[in-house]
Design a protein around this ligand. Structure first.
Ligand SMILES: NC(=O)c1ccc[n+]([C@@H]2O[C@H](COP(=O)([O-])OP(=O)(O)OC[C@H]3O[C@@H](n4cnc5c(N)ncnc54)[C@H](OP(=O)(O)O)[C@@H]3O)[C@@H](O)[C@H]2O)c1
Length: 237
């Protein structure tokens, strides 16, 4: 995404918790601006905001992309802090980033917030209960935010990807999935950028569109299809 935005002559800022990963990104994309920041930590967000506000007051797009995904068997004992970290990263992070950066975005003649949810916001995959709940919550938050900002120049987008070929997908599913038809990152990014450019506020690439339309109409059917492409991992639930 950063590469494609740079090619379109944007100034691109990216964040990560890891200075090493940011350096690797910078080596590959020297024009990029990098910031170590943790979206799960309000103090870290405040420091990021102060830095960005002073160095890049023209910021006009915020993409809330950070996310983590863990499988969880709700019948087994689990560490509460691990469970809440997933909710904090996937839901509170976008909420805290948005409320913190809103004042800056409001100074621009036109601005956008892009919340990256998931097709699993529309129907949960039971093996990932907190992840799916966090994305459903982000979907709901995005609807409210869009309504609250209706009288401003800020457009609120939701990008709900289907399965995409990234480390998150491989890490979360490991051996628990027989075959996931994963979209290439380049294809997802092309859909996202063209969706934003054309003002499509709810961008649901590939099978995500089908999930969004069919899940409320036929949750049993869609759930059965999802179960067909996944199988339980006895070790992790
Ligand atoms: N891949 C899929 O199939 C899929 C499908 C639907 C939705 N999504 C969503 O797409 C988004 C991107 O996921 P991905 O597939 O690209 O996963 P990924 O390769 O694992 O990347 C996740 C990114 O989130 C960042 N991140 C995680 N926790 C963070 C935190 N507390 N503070 C700052 N950054 C944090 C990571 O940065 P550092 O680790 O460097 O800090 C990393 O850049 C996520 O919101 C995910 O839920 C993915």
């Amino acid at each position: 995404m950063a590469r494609q935005l740079l090619l379109r002559e944007n100034t691109v800022l990216i964040t990560s918790r890891s200075a090493e990963r940011l350096q690797a990104a910078k080596n590959s994309l020297p024009e990029i601006h990098t910031f170590v920041s943790d979206t799960g930590d309000p103090d870290s967000i405040s420091r990021l905001f102060a830095d960005v506000e002073s160095r890049f007051p023209g910021l006009d797009v915020l993409i809330n992309n950070a996310g983590i995904m863990h499988s969880l068997n709700l019948q087994e004992p689990a560490d509460p802090s691990l469970m809440s970290r997933e909710m904090t990263t996937n839901f509170c992070g976008p909420l805290w980033m948005t409320t913190r950066f809103l004042s800056l975005l409001k100074t621009r003649p036109e601005a956008a917030i892009v919340n990256v949810s998931s097709c699993l916001a529309f129907l949960p995959l039971a093996g990932f209960p907190v992840y799916c709940a966090s994305k459903a919550a982000l979907h709901s938050l995005t609807l409210s935010l869009r309504k609250q900002l209706a009288d401003t120049k800020i457009s609120v987008f939701e990008l709900a990807p289907p399965a995409v070929d990234t480390p998150l997908l491989h890490g979360a599913f490991q051996s628990s999935v027989q075959s996931i038809p994963a979209m290439a990152v380049e294809k997802l990014v092309a859909s996202a950028i063209s969706g934003i450019q054309s003002g499509n506020l709810e961008i649901c690439p590939g099978q995500s569109k089908l999930m969004k339309v069919l899940a409320p109409l036929a949750p049993g059917l869609v759930g059965a299809w999802m179960n067909k492409i996944t199988r339980p991992n006895p070790g992790r639930g």
